[in-house]
Ligand binder design. Sequence first.
Ligand SMILES: [Zn+2]
Length: 401
Amino acid sequence: MRCLICEDKLLDDTLDVGEHPVSSFLRDDPTAPEARVALALGQCGRCGVIQLRQPVSYEKLVPPAFIAAREPEEHLDEVVEKILETFELGPESIVAGLTYKDDTTLERFERKGVKRTWRAHLSDFEIDNPAANIETVQIRTTPERMAAVAAKYGQADLLIVRHISEHTEDPAAFMQGLAALVKPGGLLMLEIPDCTKNLTLRDYCMIWEEHSLYLTPATYEMLPPLGGFESQYIDVHPLPFENCLVQIARKTGAPRTPTPSDAAASEIGLLGDYARGFAPACADLRRQLESMREKHGKIALFGAGHLACAFVNFMGVADLIEFVADDTPEKQGRYLPGSDLLIAPSSNLLTEGIAVCLLALSISNEDKVIARNQAFVDAGGRFLSIFRASTRSIFDADYPT
Ligand SMILES: [Zn+2]
């Protein structure tokens, strides 16, 4: 296999978590067959980028109904402030966005006096299925199509592109597509989740069929050159779950293959370590859940999203879990992909006599969910988290069980 970024060879180190159904395809019949995709990570021996050995084609990822992803926003005021302080952007500058994820950043620029803004629409990507979005936009962001979009709205002085570059099947074509939307000498703001914490803490819920690239601050620098951009700075915005990496790059020339930095090269081998920790982590988790069931009673999960799917399916623990609590009405009465775990309202934590509930939603939401389910806690129920980075982590041996 070849690296998606620099086309060099991937190392032999592989983390193969198996073939799994797409997490957005909730099941109506838990006995019906499901389409599966192979999920294996590799790492480039030259640029150090960790990636899916075979990215999943966007056609397999279009969800049955559109679900807006909620990306972190708490750092955006600071991001906008710094861009305005660092670079020359006046009231006549054009600030643009690629997807709906960029709307709230555009609004912040507008509030700061930027008058000329635009954002690409799904029709600009020739998308007419209302359920399709990020997974399809990434492959349709090609230089030719984006040149037409730029001709329609005007090339940007600053283009905002949040939480999509880690989804790209062809990062070079995508970055060249972005370049077509930006004026020569113009700026690009890229934002992605930071995989450092998951890789070093060995949290395997990081792996997701929708993410082709698993970047760190060091390997993130490989993206801009693919579109002829030069990195200006990368800021790490700390968050309890995954940090946000914001990179500003300037369009300076022709697309080129990136030269890995020493920092990127020093991460070669990181995937090998992560991969070697997988089987022991699965065994530890099974032991922990079995002893918890024995000592305390029944275990449920909270949150029927891709993180719960990863936890249950990659770690192979569906048989130790009763059901998945989720208060989204459209999900209730259906089953978690890859399993026969029913999705039910959180009130069932009490009625089903659950002893331990494992939170499988973003760590930043844990306190909120616990507060909403105080009755469960008052009745002696215990909340833990599936994530290594949480202070309530099930993997944390010091947590009272
Ligand atoms: Zn590479």
